[in-house]
Design a protein around this ligand. Structure first.
Ligand SMILES: O=C(O)c1ccccc1N[C@@H]1O[C@H](COP(=O)(O)O)[C@@H](O)[C@H]1O
Length: 221
């Protein structure tokens, strides 16, 4: 494969963006921003131990400075909830079985998370979710909508895709450089790999993750 055949994201000569997801505590927001986060994710799915409510969200986003993207993560949730919290958010991340029309219906920037189940056609998904800002690719475990802490076979991601890729699923400070070398994603997204306990980020892991990303980018920051 020549460099020009590689994944569409590799043609965007830029640093790899970093999203830290599943923040629940003010200190974690401060630590994630200090580590160099481009985006912070807040989970609204009640099945997650990382789930936040409106009051928690308001307190957390209050710590987020300009130019750091505030992302809300939803799993097949009601339009009422999404509309209510979206005033605190810059971007919506849909992690369930939401249709393209549903995702686009909020008239806000959004990304679609896809779990890499067998047979998933990423080209077809990119065409279907054509108004998404990116596709977030996560590991597939039956019955679990995401946040599994598991990786998937990164070679399944096509060399060329019509949407920017946000790579997720089991990333850690130890494997993210290899993931970037392999996939050349636009961004990487991590939750469990930077936690000391579920929902509690560890500052040293946040820093180590960001350092590994910067290292993989060749020191470009
Ligand atoms: O974090 C959760 O609890 C969660 C719940 C439901 C859907 C997605 C969830 N998290 C997202 O899953 C990926 C991968 O997470 P991990 O790094 O493997 O722990 C990431 O986008 C999380 O934000």
């Amino acid at each position: 494969m020549s460099p020009s055949d590689h994944h569409v994201n590799s043609r965007i000569k830029t640093r790899t963006r970093i999203k830290f997801c599943g923040l629940t505590r003010e200190q974690d927001v401060d630590d994630a921003v200090a580590a160099g986060a481009d985006a912070l994710g807040f989970v609204f799915w009640p099945g997650s131990s990382r789930c936040v409510d409106d009051a928690r969200l308001a307190a957390l986003v209050d710590r987020v400075p300009a130019f750091v993207t505030r992302v809300g993560l939803f799993v097949d949730q009601s339009p009422e909830l999404i509309m209510r919290v979206s005033r605190y958010l810059d971007l919506l991340q849909f992690h369930g079985n939401e249709t393209p029309a549903y995702c686009a219906g909020f008239e806000r920037p959004w990304v679609k998370a896809l779990r890499m189940r067998d047979g998933l056609d990423l080209h077809a998904a990119a065409a279907a979710y054509s108004s998404a800002q990116a596709l977030l690719l996560d590991a597939y475990r039956p019955g679990v909508p995401g946040g599994t802490g598991e990786t998937f076979d990164w070679s399944r991601i096509p060399a060329s895709l019509a949407k920017p890729v946000i790579l997720a699923g089991g990333l850690t400070p130890a494997n993210v450089a290899q993931a970037i070398d392999s996939v050349r994603p636009f961004a990487v997204d991590v939750s469990g790999g930077v936690e000391a306990a579920r929902g509690c980020k560890a500052p040293e892991l946040l820093k180590a993750f960001a350092a590994a990303v910067h290292g993989a980018d060749g020191g470009c920051r």
